[in-house]
Structures are given as structure tokens and as C-alpha cells.
Ligand binder design. Structure first.
Ligand code: KG4
Ligand code: ZN
Length: 411
């Protein structure tokens, strides 16, 4: 089957189309027919973070061009000779896109002039994320579903990041999704989340640890800002820390930040205190030379890595897991990846899964692949008859909400 997935939970407008076998999603390859990501980083960078209303406006502007590109790349774009548009259609779409005026205009200009593409379903991220940004994607999916008469598969963003860790790229545009042994543990580290999730079985999740305040990606972004580095802060911090390590042994550094909650005896995290510790260190330091920035970046990254690795390994032992899956934007961090890999070497029986670099950040390919797995588990998802008025964006959705909008039989 072919699934078109839409992801607008934060500052990336992303659409991907995949073709896969819902009967055997693990043993057959998934073909990525297209995977388009329009990043808004340049728009948000001056603010040092993502501005929700601006993200919504940008998604409204980008969604139709990104869809056009995705269909074209997948060879699913055909212009129609006659416009499929009547008064009833226009009213219906305008109603659905009532709160998205710019998107509504672009939709009416594009969709009636193209043929209904040969896809089987539309997957869309309903949460978690920035509510205004999520709503634009959800409303767009509803409008497409109505125009093309296709079912919607509502998807959880966090589940997408978890599945991304299991996707291994083949030689062409294909991917294999590996099935881990269960129980497995997911370490989800992004700009909005820091969670340890126990996966007792396929698609069965339970949170066993989480941050009590800031997410780890947020801490990277805030520390970067203090050091005068650009947004998003993860990559530049990691880069400076690497420079420091290449010049000096970090053990000889005069700066060390205490890894937060290292010995708290549970699997929770906290990253707000370390941010304050970095700030007071900077204030004391005075002149922030390039060398000082490198040293601070390294000390910060080391402290964060230490606590993430320790709690993940402790939780893995506590629950006797056979696989660890790391997902979310911060999983792109080399230092964290190296440290976890080193630890796992001495723990036979535990497989470690990281997403490939192009799938660690937000993308729609992971949402499409996760949707295929959901259909494989519950084919009724596609049979649901409804007008989707019950489908709502939920900025605070958790991993336990994955599959929330599904039905398990036909009433
Ligand atoms: O998953 P993601 O793309 O968006 C959210 O769902 O939040 O994650 C974005 C976060 C940002 O905070 C960014 O600074 C962080 O991931 N990040 C990194 C790295 N690359 C991205 N953090 C540390 N090291 C990196 N290499
Ligand atoms: Zn994300």
C-alpha cells in the first residue's frame, strides 16, 4: 500500500510518500517514493527558538508546494484536463480550512487541477508538538482526505521518532524496518521531550522516566544561546565540544558541571539546573574567548551525556530489556551515541538502535513508516467511516496516546 504522511509538529513542513507491505512490514522493504522537508530554521533563528504562530503561518505557506513536490518526486502527479471543482467542493474545503486562509487559497488553486493520486491513506501527526503548527497539518490532512476520499491515519510524533531508530537504509530509496526483541527501551531525546519508554511488546509503551523540567534539546538550545551560538544549539555545541576534545583531554579541564540527578535512584531527569550552572559560570568567566566556549560546551555535553547514558543503562538492566532504541533530534549527537555504544559493548544480549542522521530530526518518512506498522497491527484503521471532526491536534499528547484515534472493529 501507499501512504502519504504529513508532519508539521514543530518547525519543519514535511511530506513523505512510501510504498510498503502492510501484511509483512518487517520482512519486506519499504520504498520511500518521496521525502520532502522544508525547514523553517532561517525564519525562527533570529528569535533563538521556534515561534508557534510563525510556524503555523509558514506551514500554511509551505504545505501545498511541499505536497506538489512530494507527488512529483513519487511520480504521482498528474494534471487534470478539467478542474474537479464545483460549488459544493469549494464550500466543503473552505469549511475545513476555515482557520487557514492562506492554505485554503493555495489548496483551491492546486488540488482541483490534479488527479487523485494512487495512494491508500493519509497519515498525519496529531501530537505532541506546537498546537498551532499541528492544527495546520491536521486540517490539511482533513481537507485532502475529503477531496480525495482517502482514510486518515492519525499519528503520534514520538512513536515516529521511535520507529525511525529501526529504519535501516538499503542501497536505493528503500528501507528495512528491523523488529527488535522485546522488551525494549526507548530513550527519546528531542527539543520537547526527554523520556525513557519501556516497550513491552510491539507498539506497547509505558513511560518509566522523564524530565521534570526542561527537555535535553532545550538545554542544548539555551546553553548555545548563552554562548552566542545559533539556533538550533545542539549541532554547534557538539561541534565546539569536539574541537576541545581534539585539543585537550577533557579530564584536564578546569570546568566540570555536575550531571543532574545522577544518583536520584529513579529514571527521571532534570536539565534546568545545569543551564543555570552554565549561566553562572559564564558570568564569572567574564571574557568568553573561543577556547572558553569550547571548554564550556565540552563540560556541558559531558555532564548531559553521563546522566543520559547512566539512566538508560540502569533502566535497561532494571527491566531486562533486549534492545535500546534512541530517537529524537538529540540522538544525532555523536558524543551521546559513542558513549552508549561503548557501554553496550559490555552488555551482550542488548541491541542498540540509532536512527541514521537524516532520520534523527523531524521528518515525515518516520511518520509514514510508523503508520504502516499501525495498519499492519490493526487494518480497521483504514475502514473507519467518519468525517474526521473528532480528530484534533493535541500538543500535549504522550506516547501512551499512540493509536488513540484507532478503532479495533467495524461497529
Ligand atoms: O526531534 P527534533 O527535530 O524536534 C523536536 O521534536 O523537538 O529535535 C530538535 C532538537 C533541538 O533542540 C536541537 O538542538 C537538538 O534536537 N539537536 C541536537 C543535535 N542535533 C539536533 N542536540 C545535540 N546534538 C546534536 N548533534
Ligand atoms: Zn521531533
Amino acid at each position: 500500500m501507499k501512504i502519504l504522511a504529513i508532519e508539521t509538529s514543530c518547525d519543519d513542513t514535511a511530506i513523505s510518500i512510501i510504498e510498503g507491505d502492510e501484511q509483512a512490514p518487517f520482512s519486506n522493504k519499504i520504498r520511500a517514493l518521496s521525502n520532502i522537508i522544508h525547514s523553517q530554521i532561517e525564519v525562527h533563528a533570529p528569535y533563538g527558538g521556534v515561534f508557534p504562530s510563525l510556524a503555523k503561518r509558514e506551514h500554511g505557506k509551505n504545505l501545498v508546494p511541499v505536497l506538489h513536490k512530494a507527488l512529483k518526486e513519487a511520480s504521482l502527479l498528474r494534471e487534470t484536463a478539467t478542474k474537479n471543482k464545483d460549488a459544493e467542493f469549494e464550500i466543503r474545503i473552505k469549511n475545513i480550512l476555515e482557520r487557514e486562509p492562506e492554505l485554503s487559497t493555495a489548496f483551491m488553486e492546486c488540488i482541483p487541477s490534479i488527479e487523485i493520486p494512487a495512494i491508500d491513506a493519509i497519515a498525519v501527526t496529531y501530537g505532541p508538538g506546537l498546537p498551532p503548527a499541528l492544527w495546520t497539518g491536521v486540517n490539511f490532512a482533513k481537507a485532502l482526505a475529503s477531496a480525495w476520499k482517502k482514510p486518515i491515519i492519525p499519528m503520534n510524533h514520538l512513536e515516529g521518532h521511535i520507529i525511525a531508530a529501526l529504519m535501516k537504509k538499503g542501497s536505493d530509496s528503500s528501507y528495512f524496518v528491523e523488529k527488535p526483541h522485546f522488551p525494549a527501551l526507548a530513550l527519546l531525546i528531542s527539543g520537547g521531550h526527554t523520556e525513557l519508554i519501556l516497550i513491552s511488546d510491539f507498539l506497547k509503551y509505558k513511560i518509566v522516566g522523564r524530565t521534570r523540567d526542561d527537555a535535553v534539546g532545550e538545554a542544548f538550545d539555551k546553553v548555545a544561546r548563552m554562548l552566542g551560538l545559533p539556533y538550533p544549539g545542539g549541532p554547534p555545541i557538539s561541534h565546539l565540544a569536539g574541537i576541545f576534545r581534539s585539543k585537550k583531554n577533557p579530564a584536564e579541564s578546569s570546568i566540570a558541571f555536575t550531571p543532574p540527578m545522577l544518583h536520584s535512584g529513579d529514571f527521571d531527569f532534570s536539565f534546568s539546573g545545569i543551564k543555570t550552572a552554565v549561566l553562572s559560570h559564564i558570568k564569572k568567566t567574564g571574557d568568553l574567548t573561543d577556547e572558553k566556549k569550547e571548554e564550556i560546551a565540552c563540560a556541558f555535553e559531558n555532564a548531559v551525556t553521563e546522566v543520559l547514558v547512566k539512566k538508560t543503562i540502569d533502566a535497561a538492566s532494571c527491566y531486562g530489556v533486549r534492545a535500546i532504541l534512541v530517537g529524537g533530534g538529540v540522538s544525532a549527537n555523536r558524543n551521546i551515541k559513542n558513549a552508549l555504544e561503548r557501554k553496550i559493548e559490555s552488555m551482550p544480549g542488548i541491541d542498540l538502535f540509532f536512527p541514521s542522521s537524516h532520520l534523527s530530526l523531524d521528518n515525515a518518512l518516520m511518520i509514514a513508516a510508523a503508520a504502516l506498522l499501525r495498519v499492519s497491527e490493526n487494518p480497521y484503521i483504514l475502514k473507519r467511516k467518519m468525517d474526521y471532526s473528532g480528530l484534533e491536534a493535541d500538543g500535549n499528547a504522550g506516547i501512551h496516546d499512540a493509536g488513540r484515534f484507532e478503532i479495533s472493529s467495524i461497529a
